[in-house]
Ligand binder design. Structure first.
Ligand code: AMP
Length: 578
């Protein structure tokens, strides 16, 4: 094993994981040591030898000896949660590292060369801490993580959306074993962007299985509550059978399900025949829960169902006919699901891994993204004569296209206040204590004066590599404080800091400095002063739109607003009646 292996694309899933490479332009999903494409994301300890088990063996163990195996630890990434495994506690990073190590070893074996580099996919809503935890897990597994890639972006790439010759909007609906994610994406000028995300972190195929178990138990006069305590083995057996029956129902109109004898509750096994209609009726409340996140993601992207060009299905549970019917009805179209829904994400990861390896310049093609969580500062409010601290004031809002830069002003609140202390936070809660603190920045030397007289401009600039620059300027003195914050807890090297600064400086160039924009603004303002007052609001509106776009520094929005304003000026100048 001497040759350098290709970089691996890895889908590190909540339920299952997979690894793939791009070979001669085609994605090859690699088989694991037991010849399967999916490796369950489960870690266990063998009951006799205490040997570490990863994948299917660990999953088998989970149903027989739940204290000796752990699953769904992806939910704990970047969080303090600990998982008990045979009496010892582990963090999600360590457990994920074990899955990644197994994938790496199996891939190296399949390729006949040691794999060293990879791209790992993560949910679009993962915050910086969770993304960093993923990178750390990769490093612990002995892999260099070239990129963490959003799962919906990967799925879209798998279907070649980044190569289409036409710009488009699409929605990626990912219903896995235990999570539901919806993401609206846009392809514009060769760039794939996540426009908005929504989801339910506790809704997935497993809920459908559990509901089927519930239905079967109702038929024999039992309930699920306490079943595991009464008879763990029977409960495990029933769950496994229901899982199989659920899958059969994808292709059949009815199923047979045998409820095993349950100690003290059911003397002998009962064989049930269940029609698809009956099961689907029982699933209705679960299907209804798919709606709100779809609507929310569309709202976040300011789109209607009909604005979408494609709906892409990802995740094993989207095979269920009820889910497909829901999608067809809501979006009034047939979803895209040509690839195996379990493997779409790993396909995209493999394409991205190849792109990373071949050409660093390709980087820009796919990483344009949106901010997964709002970034802002803590503020105090005077409420009923009392000062209340700890409110969150976002500077850059969630779902803003990044890279971006924005300014907010904050005034002094106390008489003769000479310093301001800014806590920098990430999150969506109104109160900072429920958000995550990224750092602090204190400015001093504010001239004394009455409350509210002095103000600071707080500029947040966020780039694609998760580096946030906070720049605070005391308005009256012009004194500026600046600090970089980054998602990696390890320190950045000097070279990295220099590169980040260069990128950020570029971003901060004011789009108003663009001569075309400046000329247009001057022209519109001159025209405004000449216009009849009744006609002014129309121009005012178009001017506002451009100003707003300039504030947001969104190039596309600036272009669209400029075009609109220019056209209006032309028409007004052309003597059209206003
Ligand atoms: P994932 O997390 O994407 O691997 O999704 C796993 C989920 O997909 C599990 O809940 C499976 O029960 C479900 N699933 C896989 N295959 C099928 C199928 N043929 N019919 C229904 N559900 C399935």
């Amino acid at each position: 094993m001497t040759d350098r292996a290709p970089a691996l694309g890895i889908d590190l899933g909540t339920t299952n994981s997979a690894a793939a490479i791009l070979r001669d332009g085609a994605v090859v999903v690699l088989e694991n040591r037991i010849g399967e494409l999916l490796t369950p994301s489960v870690v266990g300890l063998d009951r006799e030898t205490d040997a570490l088990l990863v994948g299917r063996a660990a999953r088998e163990l989970l149903s027989m000896a739940p204290d000796r195996a752990v699953a769904t630890f992806k939910r704990g990434m970047g969080r303090d949660r600990r998982y008990d495994l045979g009496g010892r506690e582990h963090g999600a990073v360590d457990l994920s590292a074990l899955v990644l190590r197994a994938l790496k070893e199996d891939a190296s074996k399949a390729l006949g060369a040691p794999v060293e580099e990879c791209v790992i996919t993560v949910p679009a809503y993962f915050d910086e801490e969770q993304r960093f935890a993923t990178i750390k897990a990769g490093e612990l597994a002995g892999l260099e993580v070239l990129r963490v890639l959003n799962e919906p972006t990967a799925a879209a790439m798998a279907y070649g959306m980044h190569e289409r010759d036409r710009d488009a909007h699409f929605l990626v609906l990912d219903l896995g074993g235990g999570t539901f994610d919806v993401c609206v994406m846009e392809r514009f000028a060769g760039i794939l962007q996540v426009k908005s995300t929504a989801g339910e972190s506790r809704l997935g195929g497993e809920d459908f299985t559990r509901r089927l178990v519930g239905l079967a138990l109702e038929e024999v006069g039992l309930t699920y509550e306490g079943l595991e305590v009464a008879d763990l083995a029977a409960s495990g057996r029933l769950l496994r059978r229901a899982e199989m029956a659920k899958r059969q129902l994808t292709d059949a109109d009815s199923i047979e399900l045998e409820v095993p004898a349950v100690k003290g509750r059911l003397d002998r096994p009962v064989r049930l025949a269940l029609s698809r209609a009956a099961v689907e009726r029982a699933w209705e409340p679960l299907v209804r829960r798919l709606l709100a996140p779809c609507r929310q993601a569309l709202r976040g992207a300011r789109l209607e169902e009909d604005d979408l060009d494609e709906v892409i299905l990802v995740g094993g549970a989207t095979r269920m006919p009820v889910v497909r019917a829901f999608v067809r009805e809501l979006f009034r179209r047939e979803p895209v699901a040509g690839l195996d829904v379990d493997l779409a994400v790993v396909h995209g990861a493999a394409i991205q891994a190849a792109l990373c390896r071949r050409d660093a310049a390709v980087e820009d093609v796919v990483v344009t993204d949106v901010l997964s969580h709002s970034l802002g500062v803590d503020v105090s409010k005077r409420l009923g004569g009392r000062m209340v601290h700890g409110y969150f004031s976002p500077v850059i809002h969630r779902n803003t296209v990044i890279p971006t830069t924005r300014v907010e002003a904050y005034s002094t609140m106390e008489p003769n206040q000479t310093s301001m202390h800014f806590g920098i936070y990430e999150g969506e809660s109104r109160r900072v204590e429920e958000n995550r603190q990224i750092g602090t920045l204190t400015v001093k030397g504010i001239p004394k004066g009455p409350p509210g007289q002095e103000a600071c401009d707080v500029r947040f600039t966020y780039d694609l590599n998760g580096i946030l620059e906070v720049e605070v300027t005391i308005r009256s003195t012009g004194r500026t404080y600046r600090q970089l914050f980054h998602r990696h807890s390890k320190a950045l090297s000097d070279a990295e800091i220099a590169r980040a600064r260069e990128r950020i400086e570029k971003l901060k160039e004011d789009p108003r400095d663009d001569p075309k924009v400046r000329e247009l603004l001057l022209r519109a303002e001159a025209l405004w002063s000449e216009l009849h007052p009744e006609a002014r609001p129309i121009l005012e509106h178009a001017l506002d739109a451009l100003e707003e776009a300039l504030e947001g520094r969104d190039e596309r929005a600036i272009e669209a607003a400029s075009d609109g304003l220019r056209e209006l000026c032309d028409r007004m100048d052309g003597g059209e009646r206003w």
